[in-house]
Design a binder for this molecule. Structure first.
Ligand SMILES: C[S@@+](CC[C@H](N)C(=O)[O-])C[C@H]1O[C@@H](n2cnc3c(N)ncnc32)[C@H](O)[C@@H]1O
Length: 404
């Protein structure tokens, strides 16, 4: 049964204690910015959508499968090559998946918060954000926040330490992170660009208090227009577009918030479980679970495979110079390439840890009983251990520019 509960701000985490000053988190009402005119429409050369997963390679591809690429006029689309699975003769170090105690940033900065946005709902032992009627159907408790921070580490491995791909230069002044979550990306960007003002925006007040002085957080629904800014160099989204109800509207607001020549970047995975080499059976429990979730999130008005279609959304919002990098991320440590094995391990943990959350609100939305949902995710959890099944996700890194 659901119950409402007002919680105090979360205890400072290890990350917050690392010599940073307290952040000023605020609600949107405190920094209201009027909405200006809608963006001008621009003509953009037609470009192909990202191609589907390539078929299984007949002979082994290079072991380090970053991305290949093709260039189209006004649009760069990089396609990944196949992931080479590890063979019986591949020798792995014993401690290659040893995880560190936690994640710390190098920041040394500062800043406070209001209280009504701290209301939460507890359901089946999990805490959900309550602001705006709890529209996000995934918990915001410590378990989920730790999972998000782990995904950040995975993304850093996947992108070779690069926080974004958009070519914003070395002297950005204003950066926004929409759906900032724990704020880990915003904090790292704040450290990297101490002269820029970095603002993280999230519907859920789960950001740390101790952050660099140039970083702050705004608790707001990005589908409303109170967070709008002006003259930003970069507006960044990561794992957020897929859980918005009206991506077109949010991209229009993004366009308005950017300076001419400024960039938007969306780093999103597609929740489609893929396999190139026929090792995944048609009734694979992991795929089945994710397929169910696609259906469930549709009921919440969200599209968790929208990453494949973002080009048309960007173009319609007025963006030009649309580019995309696509990467394959193994689910589990089954790749031959060592970095991909580590990434695969993180991805497997991220899937494993989201399963209990998926058996909650999403499966309930499909009319499944708690027992049916439990059994479904139990099968998926067991199947995840089978490394002879070469599952992967596609990750899309879209970046595009507001015309100069
Ligand atoms: C999957 S998490 C990603 C967190 C972060 N971007 C990262 O990569 O570490 C999605 C975040 O979007 C936030 N969110 C969902 N709907 C939102 C909305 N309408 N406005 C603002 N934030 C939203 C959630 O509270 C959650 O923190």
């Amino acid at each position: 049964m659901a119950s409402d509960q007002s919680n105090p701000p979360p205890e400072p985490t290890k990350q917050q204690q690392a010599g940073k000053a307290p952040a000023s988190t605020t609600t949107a009402a405190a920094t209201k910015t009027p909405v200006t005119q809608p963006p001008p429409t621009t003509t953009q050369p037609a470009a192909a959508s990202p191609a589907p997963a390539s078929p299984a390679p007949a002979s082994p591809a290079p072991a380090s499968p970053a991305s290949g690429g093709i260039n189209l006029p006004g649009h760069q689309l990089q396609q990944p090559s196949g992931i080479v699975p590890a063979g019986p003769d591949d020798v792995h170090e014993e401690d290659e998946f040893e995880l560190t105690d936690g994640y710390e940033t190098a920041s040394a900065g500062s800043t406070s918060v209001t209280s009504s946005v701290y209301a939460h709902t507890i359901e089946n032992g999990r805490r959900y954000q309550h602001f705006k009627n709890g529209r996000y159907p995934i918990p915001n408790d410590d378990t989920e926040l730790m999972r998000e921070d782990m995904k950040h580490v995975m993304m850093m491995e996947l992108c070779d330490g690069q926080l974004f791909y958009a070519p914003i230069g070395e002297h950005p002044q204003k950066i926004l992170d929409i759906g900032t979550g724990t704020g880990i990306w915003a904090i790292e960007v704040g450290d990297r660009f101490p002269n820029a003002r970095v603002r993280g925006i999230d519907i859920s007040p789960v950001q740390p208090v101790w952050v660099p002085p140039n970083v702050d957080f705004l608790v707001d629904d990005c589908e409303g227009n109170e967070w709008l800014d002006k003259d930003c160099d970069l507006v960044h989204f990561r794992f957020t577009a897929a859980i918005l109800k009206n991506v077109s509207k949010v991209l229009r607001y993004t366009y308005e918030s950017l300076k001419p020549g400024g960039w938007v970047e969306l780093q999103e995975f597609s929740a489609d479980v893929l396999c190139d080499d026929s090792t995944m059976p048609n009734d694979d429990p992991v795929k089945y679970t994710y397929d169910l979730c696609q259906e469930a999130f549709t009921k919440f008005g969200m599209n968790i495979t929208i990453s494949t279609e973002l080009e048309s959304y960007l173009r319609d919002a007025g963006f030009v110079n649309i580019q995309c990098i696509v990467k394959k991320v193994p689910i589990g440590p089954w790749a031959r390439d060592k970095t991909l094995r580590v990434i695969g391990m993180y991805q497997k943990l991220a899937v494993q840890d989201i399963l209990p959350a998926l058996s909650g609100r999403p499966m309930a939305a499909l009319g499944m009983t708690p027992l049916e949902a439990e059994v479904t995710v139990a099968h998926a959890r067991k199947a995840l251990e089978d490394m002879t099944v070469h599952r992967y996700f596609h990750y899309y890194f879209w970046f595009a520019q507001k015309p100069k």
